[in-house]
Design a protein around this ligand. Structure first.
Ligand code: AMP
Length: 629
C-alpha cells in the first residue's frame, strides 16, 4: 500500500504542490495565484484568483476535441424511450437553454431551481446554468409541496425549470400541481417557470409566468452563448441535504475546487478516462447524481448514462442489460439497490455480458458484507464501497485503484481519499483515538477542493453545525461513528445518533445490523436503540426475510427470532443481542434509499415520527407501527 500512502500523505503534507498539479486537469481562463486560502478557518477558498467555468470544462472542451463522441445516453424504462447526444449535440442543447434563461433575465449569481425527472433536459439545464454563472438548485422530483416551498424560500430562485410529470415504476407523478402548490406557499415566488411537456400529464399554464421549454429551445437553437468565467470560489450550485428536520441546509459548492476534485476522482478513485462509459444509477436530485451522472464523467470526456427507471423493471436484469448494451465500464449504485436485487432470482446476474465492466461502486449507506459478497461473486467483479456525504461532494473514504490496487475488505470503504485528512476523535474529550478505538469520524480543515464551502446564506450555521461538536477541536464532524483497524482500513458504524448505550456499553447499530444480515435468510434489516428503564437503551431489530415461508405460525416466528438473537450473541456478545426481532416485508426509507432509523426509533418509543415527507413507502412505516403495537 506504499503508493497509496505516499500519495495520500503528499496530498496533506505537500498540499499546495499536490493540488497545483491536479488543477492542470481542467482549463483555467485565468490562472490561480494561490492554491488555497485557509486564513479564515474553518472556511477555505481553493485556487484563489483563478477563473474557470464548469460547463466549458465539461462540454465545450470536449465538443472541440471529440465532437462526435457520445456524451449523454438516456434510457427510460418508464416511457420506453432512449436517446443519445454527442458532445457537439450536447453543446448545442446547452446553449439553447442558456440563451432561453438569458432571455428570461437570468444572470451570473442568480438562482435557478430545477425540479425535474431524470430526462436529458434536466442535464441541459444544469449545464446551461453553469455556463452563464447562474447557481442551480436541483430539488429531487418527488419532494412534496412543503419541502419544495422551503427550498424555494431558502434559495429564492428567479426561475424554476420543471416538467409536467415524472414516472416511477410505471406510475405517473404529475409535478405541476405540486409545483403550483409550492409556489403558492412560498414567500419568494419565482419570476418565471419553464415547463418541459412530456405529454404525460395535462397541466394549466399560469399566464405571464409559465413558459414552454420546447418553444424557448426552438427560438434559440443554434445560439452561441458566451461562457461566464467565474472566480474559482463563486458558487456553482446549492443542494439541500435530505432527511433532516427544520430548515433545510443548503450545501454550497464552489466552481474551481469542485471541477478539480471531480476530475481527480475520475482518475484515482474510478480509474476512468476520456472515451469510457459511466453509469450512475442515482438521481440528479442527489449529490451522487450531480457529481457522477452530470459533472464528473463529462469533465473527463466520458459518456454518461442517465437512467429513468427502477432496478427491477421490466425485470431484475435491467441494469446488466444496460451495461451490456452500452458497454459500461463503471457502474455506480447504492447498497439499497443491490439489496433489492438480492430478493430476485440470482440467475438474472448472469443473463447479460458484463465483460466491459471494471468495477461496481456502491455508496450512500453502509454496505454489509453479505450483500457485497453476493454481488461481487454474482458478477465476478470488484465491489468498491464509497463513503461520502452531500457535504463532501465526492468520496471521503474509498479504495483508489487509479493510484494503487489495494486489497479490498468487505464491510470497509478502505482508506481516506486523497485530500481528506480524516481522523477519529473521542466525542466527549476531543482526544484523537488510535487504531481499534471507536469514535466520531472527523475531517481536519481545510476541507479539500470539492467539499462544501459554506451553507447557503448562513456562514454561522456552517460553523455551528459542522465544526463545533467535538470538544477542543475545530474539525469537521461527519456525525458518523467509526474506527480504523490495525491494517488501516476504515469502518463506518452508523450515525452518531444511532450509537446506542446498553448498560454502559456503546454499540453502533450498524454492527448489530451486520451480524443479523449475515444470517442466510435475511435480505435486509434495521436496528434502533430504544429507551429502557433498566439498561438505558436496548436494541430492537426489524428484519426483512428472503424466504417468508419459514414463518407461518407463532411458534415458527419465535424460533426464528431466537435463532437470530443467538447469532448476534455468538458474534457480538449478549450485550448486543436485540430485545426483539420483528419481521416485516419492507423498511421505511428516504427516497434516496436510506433507512429512516430515527423514524423507526420514534415509533418504537411511542413518539411522533417527525418529518416523513421524504419517505418512499408509507406502508413500510405502518408495518412497523403495527408490529410494535
Ligand atoms: P447524504 O448526505 O444524504 O448522502 O448522507 C450521508 C451519510 O450517509 C453519511 O454521513 C453516512 O452516514 C451514510 N453513508 C454514505 N455512504 C456510506 C458508506 N459507504 N458506508 C456507510 N455509511 C455511508
Amino acid at each position: 500500500m506504499n503508493q497509496y500512502h505516499r500519495a495520500h500523505r503528499q496530498s496533506i503534507n505537500e498540499r499546495d504542490e499536490f493540488w497545483a498539479a491536479e488543477a492542470a486537469r481542467i482549463h483555467w481562463e485565468t490562472p490561480f495565484t494561490d492554491v488555497v486560502d485557509a486564513s479564515r478557518p474553518p472556511f477555505s477558498q481553493w485556487f484563489v484568483g483563478g477563473r474557470t467555468n464548469l460547463c466549458f470544462n465539461a462540454v465545450d472542451r470536449w465538443a472541440k476535441k471529440q465532437p462526435e463522441h457520445t456524451a449523454l445516453i438516456w434510457h427510460s424504462t418508464e416511457v420506453e424511450r432512449e436517446n443519445r447526444y454527442s458532445y457537439a449535440e450536447l453543446l448545442a442543447e446547452v446553449q439553447a437553454v442558456a440563451a432561453g434563461l438569458v432571455e428570461l433575465g437570468v444572470g451570473r449569481g442568480d438562482r435557478v431551481l430545477i425540479y425535474m425527472p431524470m430526462i436529458p433536459e434536466a442535464v441541459f439545464t444544469m449545464l446551461a446554468c453553469a455556463r452563464i454563472g447562474a447557481v442551480h438548485s436541483v430539488v429531487f422530483g418527488g419532494f412534496a409541496a412543503v419541502s419544495l416551498a422551503n427550498r424555494i424560500d431558502d434559495a429564492r430562485p428567479d426561475v424554476i425549470v420543471s416538467a409536467d410529470a415524472g414516472s416511477r415504476a410505471g406510475k405517473i407523478l404529475p409535478y405541476k400541481p405540486l409545483l403550483d402548490d409550492a409556489i403558492a406557499r412560498s414567500q419568494h415566488p419565482p419570476r418565471a417557470v419553464v415547463m418541459v411537456d412530456r405529454q404525460l400529464a395535462a397541466f394549466q399554464k399560469v399566464a405571464g409566468r409559465d413558459h414552454d421549454y420546447a418553444a424557448l429551445r426552438a427560438r434559440h437553437l443554434g445560439a452561441e452563448v458566451p461562457v461566464a468565467w467565474l472566480e474559482s470560489s463563486e458558487p456553482s450550485y446549492i443542494l439541500y441535504t435530505s432527511g433532516t428536520t427544520g430548515k433545510p441546509k443548503g450545501v454550497q459548492r464552489d466552481t474551481g475546487g469542485y471541477a478539480v476534485a471531480l476530475a481527480t476522482s475520475m482518475d484515482y478513485v474510478f480509474q476512468c478516462k476520456a472515451g469510457d462509459t459511466f453509469f450512475c444509477t442515482s438521481d440528479i436530485g442527489w449529490v451522487v447524481g450531480h457529481s457522477y451522472i452530470v459533472y464528473g464523467p463529462l469533465l473527463s470526456g466520458m459518456a454518461t448514462v442517465l437512467y429513468e427507471g427502477t432496478p427491477v423493471r421490466p425485470d431484475g436484469a435491467i441494469l446488466w442489460k444496460l451495461v451490456e448494451q452500452e458497454r459500461v465500464n463503471v457502474l455506480f449504485s447504492s447498497p439499497t439497490a443491490i439489496r433489492v436485487l438480492k430478493k430476485q432470482d440470482p440467475a438474472l446476474l448472469s443473463r447479460h455480458d458484463v465483460s466491459s465492466l471494471r468495477a461496481l461502486y456502491l455508496a450512500g449507506e453502509p454496505l454489509d458484507e453479505p450483500t457485497a459478497t453476493w454481488i461481487s461473486q454474482g458478477l465476478g467483479k470488484p465491489v468498491i464501497d464509497n463513503y461520502w456525504q452531500t457535504e463532501s461532494g465526492w468520496p471521503i473514504l474509498s479504495a483508489q485503484p487509479g493510484i494503487e490496487q489495494t486489497p479490498l475488505k468487505f464491510g470497509s470503504p478502505s482508506f481516506p481519499v486523497i485530500g481528506f485528512d480524516v481522523r477519529v476523535f473521542n466525542e466527549s474529550t476531543g482526544e484523537e483515538l488510535p487504531a481499534g478505538e471507536k469514535g466520531v469520524v472527523a475531517i481536519v480543515p481545510p476541507l479539500p477542493p470539492g467539499a462544501l464551502s459554506t451553507l447557503w446564506g448562513d456562514d454561522q450555521r456552517f460553523v455551528d453545525t459542522y465544526f463545533s461538536s467535538i470538544p477542543n477541536q475545530q474539525v469537521y464532524s461527519t456525525f458518523d461513528w467509526g474506527l480504523v483497524d490495525k491494517d488501516g482500513y476504515w469502518f463506518i458504524l452508523g450515525r452518531t445518533d444511532d450509537v446506542i448505550n446498553v448498560a454502559g456499553h456503546r454499540l453502533g447499530t450498524r454492527e448489530i445490523e451486520e451480524s443479523i444480515s449475515s444470517h442466510s435468510n435475511i435480505a435486509e434489516c434495521a436496528v434502533v436503540g430504544i429507551a429502557d428503564a433498566l439498561k438505558g437503551q436496548v436494541a430492537v431489530a426489524f428484519a426483512v426475510l428472503k424466504n417468508t415461508t419459514v414463518i407461518e405460525s407463532e411458534a415458527q416466528r419465535s424460533a426464528h427470532e431466537a435463532e437470530i438473537m443467538r447469532q448476534v450473541d455468538q458474534q457480538l456478545g449478549a450485550v448486543a443481542r436485540p430485545a426483539r426481532v420483528y419481521f416485516v416485508t419492507a423498511l421505511p426509507k428516504t427516497r434516496s434509499g436510506k433507512v429512516l432509523r430515527r423514524v423507526i426509533q420514534a415509533v418504537c418509543e411511542g413518539r411522533a415520527p417527525g418529518d416523513v415527507t421524504t419517505m418512499e413507502d408509507p406502508a413500510a412505516l405502518a408495518q412497523i407501527q403495527a408490529a410494535v403495537g
